[in-house]
Design a protein around this ligand. Sequence first.
Ligand SMILES: [Zn+2]
Length: 686
Amino acid sequence: MNSRKILVTAALPYANGPIHIGHLVEYIQTDIWVRFQKLQGRRCIFICADDTHGTAIMIRARQEGRSEEEIIAESQLAHQCDFQAFDVEFDHYGSTNSAENKQLCDRFWFELRERGLIVEQDVSQLFDPQAGVFLADRFVRGTCPNCKAANQYGDNCDKCGATYTPADLIDPVSSLSGATPEIRSAKHLFVQLEPLREFLTHWTQTSGALQVEVANYLKGHFLGKELRDWDVSRPAPYFGFEIPDAPGNYWYVWFDAPIGYIASTWQWCKAKGEVLEDWWQSGDTEIHHFIGKDITYFHTLFWPGMLKSAGFSLPTQVHIHGFLTVGGEKMSKSKGTFIKAATYLKHLDPAFLRYYYASKLGPRLDDLDLNFDEFVDKVNADLVGKVVNLASRTAKFVQATGLSHKYPDDQGLFAAGAEAGDEIASAYQSGDYAKAMRIIMELADRANPFVEHATPWLLNKDPSKREQLQEVCTIALNLFRQLAVYLAPVLPRLAKQCGELLNDPIESWDQSKSPLLGSKVSAFSHMLQRVKKEDIEKMIEDSKPAEGSGEVPSAAVPSSANIAKDSGEALEKEPLAPMCTIDDFTKVDLRVARVIAADEVPEARKLLKLTVSMGGDATRTVFAGIKAAYKPEDLVGRLVIIVANLQPRQMKFGLSEGMVTAAGEGGAEVFLLSPDSGAKPGQRVH
Ligand SMILES: [Zn+2]
């Protein structure tokens, strides 16, 4: 079983926009599956990349007066930050604009040519004579030929739903320049799919790689008749790879994007000393693609056709999911439900979304609805109320003694949990995370009454019941740990916290099978906070377009290129410290505090004595070397950021119980940090 080699991909996000909660359905779904495989001890790699080519990026680069490379680099960085924040952990994240991808495209192209599958055809397309580019459908607007509604897109009408070609629009206008487009003809290169129809029919219907409803859909809609040729080239100007034997023509973005899966794997192989053929041309490796249903055609017909023609392995499985709706409707900018990953992170814990999605995801293509009442309920009732509760109510009572050395009688609770492991594992494996979460919560439902009845908080008051207390807590913490192992693919941070609490890191599914004994127990620290309704409301408010802004076309968004460039002097003078982990950072507890008193220290040349409040009765005295930069009376009332868990330091003038954070070289060049308005004393900086 553990000799399996598994390569997993998620669809490549397009470089022209930020990651939002709709995208995250797929990345979280895939990440859970990968983490599950790794927890089972299987060799599994998770490969992804930014999809960078195409007209949209080229147009944006023109509008913003910068290079495509600059835009895609910026976008890739933003995407990777978002993924990391949501604990989506790739083994490699590349870019389709790479030398490896170019080389592989050449190879695929050569193989397709060799097999006589490439043909040339004339294509008439709208051309913007002013901008000098052929117009993709979305860059043309005009009056609907059917219902005469004005200002409709080039391919379909918002008002009546009619579909048409841009050439049918009445009074078409290029949205790039406002010019009237002309119809121009150009030669395009096509891949013929019809010669592959027999192979594709066989593969889609018998390989088991597709969900049954997908196989049926392909059979009913496409495979029963002649397959249309696929237009894979675009004339210059185009941002992409030029086709080597057709100068002036570029591969259409959809040609090189899936090849990007292989190119990104190749980059990983180079970094790890692995061989690409072992992963993409070996019968020992499973290949799993996770995609949304909107790109089914590409991944189940074009892509297998290309792989087959070029001699690469076919997907073992294509896992296709539905779309995200919010409150039963499409995500909407005006309703504030088009929520960007970065906006979500400002208000809510990513673990909440991971758990919520897991609890809703099944193996089929159904859409997934995000209902915020249910979201609050699931997080608070399940995660906080049933799971974390087991540890938060018991860990403190065994901090001194640790866990018992012999597992006490728990009336079969742990054994029943261990037995459920196979069913949970098979639910994860088949993509039925909803079922896995249901079984896990049933186990939690059985564990909680045990703690209720055993009342460790009462046992703790009776010195003669020390041993019983240790036994009760040993059981509760082991049941908690068993749940944390089962939830580890969904909630990696909780698993990590459990490992730290019980001094035994969670690294394997098998840790759910036997109780942990005799282990030290660390001080309990908060694992998950309850979700508050008002945080969700704030996030939705934050996601609505600013008053009166309407739908801002991307051209009108000010470009960051307009901001004057800062000098590099400060960074040069004080270079970056060595890389630290998020754990290193979280050791430092930064808090918002209000200065409630500021006094001169007569004996000290540089110091002010500050009294700061973290809300309630929590005050601290801090000596800060800011006298040359700030007058005491200007400081009283303002918010600062303090290091709140710094070891107190005895100074000549008194005890300093923390540190006020500031930038600058010192002396008069000191700049205190302060939060944006709305922050409250006592809030932690994350
Ligand atoms: Zn219409």
